[in-house]
Ligand binder design. Structure first.
Ligand SMILES: *Cc1c(COP(=O)(O)O)cnc(C)c1O
Length: 406
């Protein structure tokens, strides 16, 4: 919300961060999006809205989440000391609940009855279904049939929480078709519904709104880190899919003398189709109604992407990240599947924390950077826990060396 205003606090009134962002919509969606913008500006400084969101964060989500000094990990690694912002300890196990509860509360203040969204791996669907159940709203999640088959536990979770999962059976039957299907459903019923995006992406106002709901991560982390150490961290880092957990943490430190790193998935390597490192390999383009760095084919269509972390494999990226890269405030780096796997097992064994595969990308970068820095501190956003990833890990990576010899 507006607890912290600073000079990086874009976008402009048209939703642009520098030349990125904006609102590229079919004409029929202009009116419903204008309504969301108007409503958000009305409630963002509304005392009742702020008080209710604070109360939800404390009593339902379990905030504040701790900052933890990963001492063993740091000492065995050598170099700078690593601290973790424990977003994995949120109710539902990741940071996505931060913006889903905000979006649900906005729907309630707007008098809407139904939340509509698409989901790929199902993480956004589960967090949004949780918010819908909490607020007594209906929830409709559009999902490609291919993803439904791959993500059975998340489909069950959404249904247990009372959401309707709409299978999408045309095209490649994955995320892109699910987005189109969700937009159609929204268009047909925007009087009663609100569309809820799962990251700092999509048409204005979502990159701003989702960032504002995630700011609590950076505000808390800065205060907690100062209290623990008496100083600011020398560096902060987070993984970047669409970029919401990263924007949440970064927004607390943009005006400070801290180095900031966004970590993107390099997957199997630098060939188009083998990774989702949008900032490193993408060029300006438009996807899902906004302008950003985009991994694209020759003809400008979004390219296929891959990462072992299904929450990071998006060919676009949040517009504010694109701007922060261009002005040189944040450096964007990559981490491969192999580096991620190594960090995943290290964190499990040395600290007793099983991270989400997405979050392990940020930990992997921190380990390398810490050795390079030799001293000082790095604060990492541990965006989620790894319970959701166990089947993938066991099937593809096994249980790690110690377990094999035990
Ligand atoms: C979805 C997800 C991400 C990626 O989303 P961002 O919007 O880039 O934060 C990262 N970590 C976890 C645990 C996720 O579930």
């Amino acid at each position: 919300m507006t607890e912290q205003n600073n000079r990086f606090d874009g976008p402009d009134e048209n939703g642009f961060f520098g030349k990125y962002g904006g609102k590229f919509l079919p004409p029929q969606l202009e009116k419903p999006f204008a309504e969301i913008i108007e409503a958000y500006h009305r409630i963002e400084n509304d005392a009742a809205f702020i008080a209710e969101l604070r109360s939800i964060r404390k009593h339902f989500q379990g905030r504040p989440t701790p900052v933890y000094h990963a001492r063993t990990l740091s000492l065995t690694n050598g170099g700078a000391h690593i601290y973790l912002k424990r977003e994995d300890l949120n109710h539902t196990g990741a940071h996505k609940i931060n913006h889903c509860m905000g979006e649900g509360l906005l729907a309630k203040f707007m008098g809407k009855k139904r939340l509509i969204a698409e989901t790929g791996a199902g993480q956004h669907g589960v967090a949004l279904a949780t918010a819908a159940a909490y607020f007594g709203l209906q929830c409709e999640i559009h999902m490609g049939e291919v993803d439904i088959a791959k993500q059975a536990p998340n489909v069950s979770r959404m249904k247990l929480l009372g959401a309707k999962v709409v299978p999408v059976s045309h095209g490649l039957k994955t995320l892109k078709e699910a987005v189109d299907s969700a937009f159609e459903a929204y268009l047909a019923d925007y009087e009663n519904s609100i569309y809820c995006i799962g990251s700092v992406v999509g048409p204005h106002p979502f990159p701003m709104m989702v960032r504002d709901f995630q700011k609590v991560v950076g505000i808390e982390a800065r205060e907690q880190f100062m209290e623990m150490t008496g100083n600011l961290p020398d560096a902060v880092c987070a993984c970047v899919g669409g970029g919401s957990n990263a924007m949440g943490l970064f927004s607390g430190f943009l005006n400070d003398p801290c180095a900031i790193y966004g970590v993107e998935p390099l997957g199997k390597g630098g060939k188009l189709g083998d990774h989702a490192a949008t900032m490193t390999y993408g060029r300006e383009g438009i996807i899902h109604g906004f302008k950003c760095y985009l991994l694209q084919n020759e003809d400008g269509s979004p390219a296929p992407v891959y990462s072992c972390a299904s929450g990071l494999d998006y060919p676009g990226v949040g517009p504010e990240h694109c701007h922060l890269k261009d002005i040189g405030r944040v450096e964007y780096v990559t981490c491969s599947d192999d580096q991620c796997r190594e960090a995943f097992f290290k964190l499990c064994r040395s600290e007793g924390i099983i991270p989400a595969i997405e979050s392990a990308h940020a930990v992997a970068f921190a380990l390398t950077k810490a050795r390079e820095m030799k001293r000082g501190t790095i604060l990492v956003n541990l965006s989620g826990r790894g319970d959701k990833d166990l089947d993938y890990v066991i099937e593809n990576w096994g249980l790690g060396d110690a377990a094999a010899t035990a």
